[in-house]
Design a protein. Structure first.
Length: 202
């Protein structure tokens, strides 16, 4: 099977359409959706509707979907935080049906592809029980800092971050508890992969 891995759309409909067009050209057999779909940008309802039309698809929730579920249980009259107005507006733009769909998404999904187990989850650190720190951070913000302040090339920045991550003994101990297979994540807004033992993390 050939999968299109899509994460951290954040309501960006035009970017999602471009990614799906590319996946079609590359003849992806299915889409695996890795969370954070629609609480940040201008088209939350349109993004959700488009994602629901994708077949076949495997989808898990991200921290935005967890936040959405919490919002569903709140009194909107208390939504007075100025910093969250974009989130509130995105929530209100979602249809009731699309809100319910997002709220029902599981945190984790696993499929079998031949002899390989493929596990999808949004947040690498949370999945492996790690607290985010300098030792296990491979994020777009950290990446940008390395390129700007350390004058590294993008490739050097990714390799430096991966080396720190894979040398973390806590990560190795945590990963030893999991079976071999492929583990897919979003959240970091950065594309990379690493392999430790029989585990490939993307």
């Amino acid at each position: 099977m050939r999968y299109a891995l899509i994460a951290d759309i954040h309501g960006n409909l035009h970017a999602l359409q471009a990614v799906l067009d590319d996946a079609g050209r590359r003849r992806a057999d299915a889409c695996i959706l890795l969370g954070d779909y629609n609480l940040s940008c201008a088209y939350p309802d349109e993004v959700t509707t488009l994602l629901r039309k994708l077949k076949p698809r495997i989808a898990v929730s991200g921290n935005e979907e967890i936040h959405l579920k919490n919002l569903m249980e709140q009194d909107q009259s208390t939504w007075t935080d100025g910093q969250l107005q974009a989130v509130y507006q995105s929530f209100r733009a979602l249809s009731d049906e699309n809100r319910r769909y997002m709220a029902r998404l599981p945190e984790e999904a696993a499929i079998r592809d031949g002899r390989t187990i493929v596990t999808a989850f949004h947040d690498f650190n949370r999945f492996f029980g790690l607290k985010e720190s300098k030792e296990n951070r491979v994020s777009s913000n950290h990446f940008a800092t390395l390129v700007r302040d350390r004058r590294l090339t993008p490739k050097q920045a990714v390799e430096r971050s991966k080396a720190k991550l894979t040398s973390n003994p806590r990560l190795r101990q945590s990963m030893d508890r999991f079976p071999d297979g492929v583990y897919l994540f979003g959240h970091e807004h950065l594309q990379y992969h690493l392999e430790l033992g029989g585990k490939l993390c993307v």
